[in-house]
Design a protein around this ligand. Structure first.
Ligand code: B4P
Length: 182
């Protein structure tokens, strides 16, 4: 089973993916995490995308498609894609690699997402470079401009399962489990 999680920044994609990984041993592929690791290790790719990430813009489709291709060489058995695809071009490329059958859209208002991301910090209490108010707003706007049309692409094929992301993590998780019949 391949699960694609889509939602505005802060909707809780990473949080839900981690729970699915823990409870059902899914493989979790987060393009945001992979990019941040590249930046932290100062790799060639990391240096190339650092400014893009810090400004909240999207990394190019070419880079992202190559990244996913190289991670799905064995197919996508019990795999969660968190943060990919983000554009129609990425979705079209994914269709050529695997069969897409479960797209979960986590709904959250812009205001609630902004509030969550302004409060987000890692275990060491450190904030992400892209969790500054102006950058968050840019990321949310980009979602409405670029990611929302991608949902149409999947809706036409009746693949989108919609859940409400505004609730306790356990409540959101239970909705995901139910809609996917896990
Ligand atoms: P991502 O890493 O995908 O980050 P995100 O959208 O900010 O976070 P997510 O929705 O996973 O929220 P989370 O669970 O953390 O992207 C970062 C950047 O990478 C992008 O801006 C872009 O530049 C680049 N990128 C990645 N993929 C790309 C692609 N395919 N193409 C181009 N560029 C790409 O939750 C947020 C906060 O809310 C957390 O603090 C969490 O604890 C809290 N939270 C979660 N659920 C909650 C709940 N139910 N109640 C209360 N709080 C909750």
């Amino acid at each position: 089973m391949l699960i694609i999680l889509i939602g505005i920044p802060g909707a809780g994609k990473g949080t839900i993916a981690n729970q699915l990984k823990e409870k059902y041993a899914f493989r979790h592929i987060s393009t945001g995490d992979i990019l941040r690791e590249e930046v932290a290790s100062k790799s060639e790719l990391g240096n190339k995308v650092k400014n893009i990430l810090d400004s909240g813009e999207l990394v190019s489709d070419e880079i992202m498609i190559d990244m996913i291709k190289s991670r799905l060489t064995d197919g996508a058995i019990n795999c969660i894609l968190d943060g990919f695809p983000r554009t129609k071009k990425q979705a079209e490329a994914l269709d050529k690699i695997v069969e897409v059958n479960n797209v979960v859209q986590i709904h959250l208002t812009d205001q609630e997402a902004l509030k969550r991301l302004l409060n987000r910090q890692d275990e060491q209490g450190k904030k992400r470079e892209d969790d500054k108010e102006s950058v968050i707003k840019n990321r949310i706007n980009l979602f409405h401009e670029q990611v929302a049309p991608l949902l149409e692409y999947y809706r036409k094929r009746n693949l989108v399962l919609e859940i409400n992301g505004d609730g306790k993590v356990s409540e959101v998780f239970n909705q995901v489990v139910k809609c996917l019949n896990l």
